[in-house]
Design a protein around this ligand. Sequence first.
Ligand SMILES: NC(=O)c1ccc[n+]([C@@H]2O[C@H](COP(=O)([O-])OP(=O)(O)OC[C@H]3O[C@@H](n4cnc5c(N)ncnc54)[C@H](O)[C@@H]3O)[C@@H](O)[C@H]2O)c1
Ligand SMILES: [Zn+2]
Length: 367
Amino acid sequence: MILVTGGAGFIGQPIVTQLLDAGHEVRILDLLHPAAHDGLPEGLDPRAELVIGDVRDADTVDRVLEGVDHVCHQAAMVGLGLDIDDIADYVGHNDLGTAVLLRGLARRNFTGRFVQASSMVVYGEGRYRCADHGLVTPPARAVADLDAGRFEPGCPVCGRPLTPESIPEDAALDPRNVYAATKLHQEHLATAFSRETGVPVTSLRYHNVYGPGMPKDTPYAGVASIFRSALAAGRAPKVFEDGGQRRDFVHVRDVARANVLALTAEEPVPGAFNVCSGTPRTVGEMARALWAAMGADGGSAAAGGGGGEAGALAADLEPVVTGDYRLGDVRHVFASAVRAADVLGFTAGEDFDAGMAEFATARLRGA
Ligand SMILES: NC(=O)c1ccc[n+]([C@@H]2O[C@H](COP(=O)([O-])OP(=O)(O)OC[C@H]3O[C@@H](n4cnc5c(N)ncnc54)[C@H](O)[C@@H]3O)[C@@H](O)[C@H]2O)c1
Ligand SMILES: [Zn+2]
């Protein structure tokens, strides 16, 4: 039996389905958090046992751990948060929830695998190299530069342009908001638990996850969902800066498969892994790929989102690069897929264009 916390969520659902397809028994523990769900979500795999309950509650955790061989911990409050008022909720669901779960496992002398969802947000800014000064950490971009449309950070020593590089797992960690701090703390808690108990723990640092079932444009949703929702509503996606920000967009089915691999690999795969496609894209490229896919299939996209005239869709909705910016956004952040490939045997398999085409018309949660 494999326990999937947060198994009713965007990423949890395909994990559950892939585990069931591989012949495992699955129990879901999910609170159906009102920020994520409006009642029982569509598409829950009926083959899984569903326990509606809170991972922060010790009695619930003890009950759901009965007969469990491995644990896949996805439950969390997700997103950036709207303001500091959310701080206690994030820490409660993410840090305390993980702590209660780990204590429950220790009390039961658990000897299986513990795999949990971490995030690229633990890195903060991306990695940059100066031709003369090597790896450098550029300071936060100045408002004057951003106002002038100078979006690329410069070398802190010589000011010359930097080349962004993919981030390996051993890069410096620099969580920059409450959510990011909780995801890193989850990693640290699990590592401490592992040291005490000998249980191997794996933290999977997902990059920008997209795909069917993604929440629609709540304040917590990712940029792919926001663009997708704009297109469906008959609005052109607004691309910030000059659209050249690089990210790694990874399909939710690939993320689910990475979890299945970590849970079922013959030898445990402890430590942190980037879960990414390994091919960075710009935000502008992603907006255009979605737009192209919706234009090509305008009829069903409009039907799905209640948007405008199918025929007019493509021309009117071409993504607009606004030059606007949000202070605190990072310019480039994308990951090295090497460790996941070498140690976990994970390589993303979903094609970007096909994935975006599917996403353009797929069901969104809350739509
Ligand atoms: N979506 C992304 O791009 C992304 C990127 C990096 C990491 N992650 C991580 O992946 C995991 C899954 O995220 P998601 O995108 O599927 O979000 P989601 O909101 O769809 O799923 C999270 C699930 O956890 C449940 N949950 C929240 N608090 C709970 C609690 N106290 N007890 C039990 N269940 C609880 C929610 O009801 C929800 O079903 C999270 O840990 C998140 O931090 C997501
Ligand atoms: Zn330099």
